[in-house]
Design a binder for this molecule. Sequence first.
Ligand SMILES: [Zn+2]
Length: 254
Amino acid sequence: MIIRIPCTYVSVVFTAALVSFSGCSKETPTQPSLTQSSLPTSTLPVLGTCNSTPNYISQVTLVRWAGGVSGLPLNVSINVNRNLPNLSAVAADNYLDGAGLGARLWQTAMARHASRSFPLVTVSTNNSSAPIQLTVVDTPLPGSESGAFGSATLGFGTVAGRTVITDVQIRLHRPALAGAETLLRNRVWSPLQFNALITQVVAHEMGHALGIRSHSLNAMDLMAAGGNRQNGESDIDNWISTADALTLSHAYCQ
Ligand SMILES: [Zn+2]
């Protein structure tokens, strides 16, 4: 079964310009999972704590990875084709670096906010066997979501009668990010500013990829529909809120 995550738009202010920032996409029809045979058949390891507060577990649908054979830590393959049209070397470098930072951000947050240690994520490049594939693409999301910077598509299987995530495709959509690439090319934005945007988009999509299937209603949470707008680009370790971390912890508490 393949699910794409619903999303709405907001705007986020970076120091030099106003850009549209959006996380995700909407649900699509289901398909068979490709990796069902690799799943463990026993119970799922307890990694998180239930109902720790603050959280927004009542506002979202949670799901988890199984752990075990197909499981944690999850490898995220970051795939940036440097031959994409009009992709500058500095933009490619910062897609790669920003995505790596964003992919790792939950690891830091769970260590800080959750009482258990989560072996969540490792990062590689162009690794086709990784269960989470993150790719910079030249295609936008369709229709009204064409302004979305990123999207996450989740595949599911069943373990011990429970639905678990088996594979995820995260996409960064260059048509929506063209404005940011132009700001970088024209040196209105520094590489660091572009990098920070990519980090934030990827961290939000990783929240979906790890198990938070929908959005917090609190704009101070990274998993709000438009990401956490409170902290701008100054302190990335605060972009994932305590509520974000404890909500994800709940997804892995049983
Ligand atoms: Zn989202």
